[in-house]
Design a protein around this ligand. Sequence first.
Ligand code: BV8
Length: 250
Amino acid sequence: MPPFSETLVERLACAERVAVLTGAGISAESGVPTFRDPDGLWQQFRPEELANIDAFLRNPVLVQGWYAHRRAVVEDVQPNPGHDALAELERLVPHFLLATQNVDDLHRRAGSERIIELHGNLTRSYCADCDRPASRDDLAAIDNGAEARCRSCAGLLRPDVVWFGEMLPDGAMERAAEAAAQADVFLSVGTRAVVYPAAGLPLIAREAGAYVVEVNVERSAIASEMSEVVLGPSGEVLPALLDAVRAFTE
Ligand code: BV8
């Protein structure tokens, strides 16, 4: 018995427009720690201590070191069948958009193309003063426990991610909100839905009449607003859902 309804299969199979929001949960089965789960990234630290500009300026070595560690984790892992299923869904649906809160680059590596990186991408870094993009070599000082600084202006190098209190990339939320408002089906996958404005996307889709589905191993903060909650690991649920959609359309 699949954990999702025939309705969902039918709606996805017939959908012209599908929008998806993903969070850290979709990368959990790749071995990337989530943020707020018991073994999450922020158990040893709190978001306030690391993912904000003040913490970075107060202790650049700690924050640069944390992102260097996360880059190493991400470079070491592979996309999982959940990422792969969303890349396949993009190829099946006429109008598809994937908005991710994740900064781990795994959707792109899985072959997804129509991606909005709402919170940036930690595989890119730049100078906090002159915006010059930083190369891997520029970041090498971090491995020696030193501050990584810009080769042009000696400013501190930072990851290309959106920290708390920072604006999302120009136009990112607008494009994602437009796709949510036009979606026939909206999937919210692997997110606790506590970080805004990203967590507002499923609600925009619901308001506009989409069939909104949550895929998670536990109910999120907005589960009660969903048309359907599918409980299960996205690396198993999403491939099974794609199999059912393919079988429906054959
Ligand atoms: C903004 C990048 C305008 C960095 C991240 C006071 C002052 C300033 C701002 C605010 C404020 N109060 C509120 C705000 C807004 C704030 C916010 O929402 N705060 C919350 C915490 C209350 N938002 C912002 O600041 C945003 N900017 O609003 O700008 C502004 C500006 C100034 C002043 C006011 C407004 C910017 C937010 C972006 C922060 N950056 N990441 C980095 O990664 O280091 S957020 C971070 O959280 C990640 O992006 C992550 O993706 C995201 C959300 O977390 P989740 O993805 O949901 O992950 P989590 O671990 O929580 O949950 C995992 C889920 O997966 C769970 O549900 C679990 O059950 C599930 N799961 C686990 N395994 C599986 C699974 N599901 C399926 N399968 C599995 N196998």
